[in-house]
Design a protein around this ligand. Sequence first.
Ligand code: ADP
Ligand code: ADP
Ligand code: MG
Length: 668
Amino acid sequence: MFKSVLIANRGEIACRIMHTAKRLGMRTIAVYSVADADALHVLEADEAHLLGPAPANESYLRADKILEIAQYAHADCIHPGYGFLSENAEFAEACEDAGIVFVGPTAAAIRAMGLKDAAKKLMVGAGVPVVPGYHGADQDPKALAKEAAKIGYPVLIKAVAGGGGKGMRRVDDAKDFEAALNGAIREGEKAFGNGHVLIEKYIEKPRHIEIQVFADSHGNVVHLFERDCSLQRRHQKVVEEAPAPGMPDALRDVMGKAAVDAAKAIDYRGAGTIEFIVDASKALTADGFFFMEMNTRLQVEHPVTEEITGQDLVAWQFAVAAGEELPLSQVHLEIEGHAVEVRLYAENPSRKFLPSTGTLHHLKFPEEDGFIRIETGVTEGDTVSVYYDPMLAKVIAWDATREKAIDRLVTALRELEVAGVKTNASFLAEAVDHTAFRAGDIDTGFIENHLSDLVPAETGPGAVEKALAVIGLLCLRQGVTELAAAETLEPESPWAALDGFRIGGIAHERMTFTGDHGFEARIRYDDGDVILGIDGEEFDVEGELDEDGLTVAIDGEHHTAGVHFMADRLVLMHQARTYELSFADPLAPELAAEVGGAGLAAPMPGKIISVLAKAGDRVKRGQAIVVLEAMKMEHTLAAPADITIETIGAGPGDQVAEGMMIVTFAGN
Ligand code: ADP
Ligand code: ADP
Ligand code: MG
């Protein structure tokens, strides 16, 4: 086995590979871009080397630099992960030339499967069924239009070099063919430097079922069963599971054999995935599946296969790359239970799934307990930037049955807490909890067809969330007050319980939240009880705030939530949903000081537009002090209380980094 490995990737997959490498006793060598200097994969590695600036083509795609580092660091092998250089034949070749093992297939195998048209021709030759269509060399638009008519609409135009769902256009009618063709060509040229296309019959109700294959250099080839990846958005996988719901054993055997044949046809070595499309409008039968493409690498969704087979696919990859035989033969591979994976993205489902960038102010994953597995590359405080894929984590659930695995996944997703960026957590929970998904009634149109069930309307907080926000603030204030009373020099965290505490003999108070979902709460302290008045209703509440979050009883009903405080707002995370609430009344100066520090910091990187006050000014609570432009929007930094400004550390036109203290206040 190898003594060391360089991992030419970032994020969750770099961490995933590292875990196995460490278990196998290897020295782990990470590479990183400037943007990833403090990333988890850098921190976890035995050593880490800087590649260059943030953009991938100046860092993670710099094959030359990666090889240079591998040689300098004496890496025995390079694991490329997925994406980036994983399917780059020149890179695989350059590694071998440099005497460093590429943990993956041969350059020839990558090339054979790299272009969809050539791959399809190869498969036809190997007797593997392919989607009816045109895979020829003639790229004349008129000839292609004729082929499309011959295949019969609807058709799918695919860039032969495409991947990740890019370069594809569905066409339903001959009159739209030319425009769609031009679109696919443009995208192919732009994203992959190749404008060639192929045309396929569009399968109306398709399921995406793929087979994991593995081959060694001793002629052994096995498959590790199927994964169903039918839940997709814009041809990109969102939910994956193994085994495929409703898969007959006979079809599994036939598809498995076809996949093994496909791997043998190109003398494959290592981990690969043969993607098939299956017509879901009919029952799954042995003549209803077609080869789509082969991915010559480890797949994003490999964990579901690991969960049902009990195997470590990365360990298998290392074994094969080291020249060993496959750890198991076909007869020893078995399916046990069911696994479902979801991809947690920093994106906003309510805004057309726009990627959401920012700082992960708060991040809490559900506990891993043998049934729930988390694969991630981020930690609290990390920044989600525009440079890389916004996937935050994969959450994988396993159990004896599909139903139980889904139950576990839904629960886990509802426990997840993220503040600072928007995520698709609640969308994912709704998707896997949907009756149609639970019934196994899935095809690649599932998300589109059920979108209104899955994407919550951007409604504000309900009475429970409002009560949680108020209780959170009350607990925080009480903790701060207790600390002040104790005059602790080394303050511990200001966590506290709300147990009918009355501040300075107040019997009533009001708390005002502003913004889109603003509301007012009345708080009454009554003989040891705390009564909240919200939206015309009264609730008897108790609560406790600690590192694990907020635990409350509202009229005796138990709730838990995550809460993250900022100077003038809080983020409440409840049942996979996130609510940002601004509070107009910073309650007490101690609180403002405690949560906001002694000044105002830039909430995100940006440029100062104007400064509306000066050092020494006495400002009123809410008064604007500095206006910042960031992400094409203006943000106003306002006084958290009636307070005196001590310094203003930036002027108009200045660029400021996120978290940079711009305004400080005189001792308040
Ligand atoms: P897979 O087929 O392994 O599930 P997808 O088809 O969803 O992967 O994604 C296609 C490609 O998009 C991957 O091969 C990879 O190149 C890229 N990709 C997806 N997610 C990421 C990520 N988190 N980081 C880098 N690249 C990614
Ligand atoms: P990529 O390289 O981008 O992953 P694929 O050829 O694997 O491209 O196709 C991606 C997805 O597009 C599939 O998972 C499937 O949902 C859909 N798709 C591909 N081919 C067809 C087809 N002939 N008919 C209907 N949907 C298809
Ligand atoms: Mg694909």
